[in-house]
Design a protein around this ligand. Structure first.
Ligand SMILES: [Zn+2]
Ligand SMILES: [Zn+2]
Length: 142
């Protein structure tokens, strides 16, 4: 999703478009890797926007509730956020690099499996996760 599309969507929800909220949406639309709250605070600071932890978490919770972003937990002891979409991740065990990985046919198979499991057990399944971990290209060479 593009920044303008997301902002238009928020307007239809009568959400306030504060400068921090708009900047966050633009950051998420630009980022190709999931971001942690400290990373986002740093990036906002570069844009001369001061946001403390409380503000950031309030904004992240808001954007998540609107279905714009999703929270991911790759077992690093901190959560990361990215635009909502069905895909998975790779995490380097040495330098903590995280990248998004998706393969359309795998995603649809997983979705089918998720639906089937939900039906079979009578569960309401909201999400699933699959993380590849190992060494990134740079760490493989060093
Ligand atoms: Zn690495
Ligand atoms: Zn991702």
């Amino acid at each position: 999703m593009q920044t303008t599309q997301i902002l238009d969507f928020l307007k239809t929800k009568k959400a306030r478009l504060t400068s921090i909220r708009c900047a966050l949406v633009a950051l998420f639309a630009d980022c190709t890797t999931p971001q942690s709250a400290p990373e986002l605070i740093q990036k906002l600071r570069k844009l001369r926007l001061e946001a403390n932890k409380t503000t950031i978490y309030r904004e992240l919770t808001f954007l998540e509730k609107q279905g714009i972003i999703q929270e991911i937990d790759l077992g690093e002891g901190l959560k990361r956020y990215e635009l909502s979409s069905s895909h998975h991740h790779f995490r380097c065990i040495k330098c903590n690099l995280v990248t998004c990985i998706g393969l359309d046919e795998v995603e649809s198979t997983l979705q089918t499996w998720q639906n089937r499991t939900a039906q079979q057990y009578g569960y309401t399944i909201k999400t699933h996760s699959l993380t590849f971990s190992g060494l990134c290209t740079a760490c493989s060479l060093s």
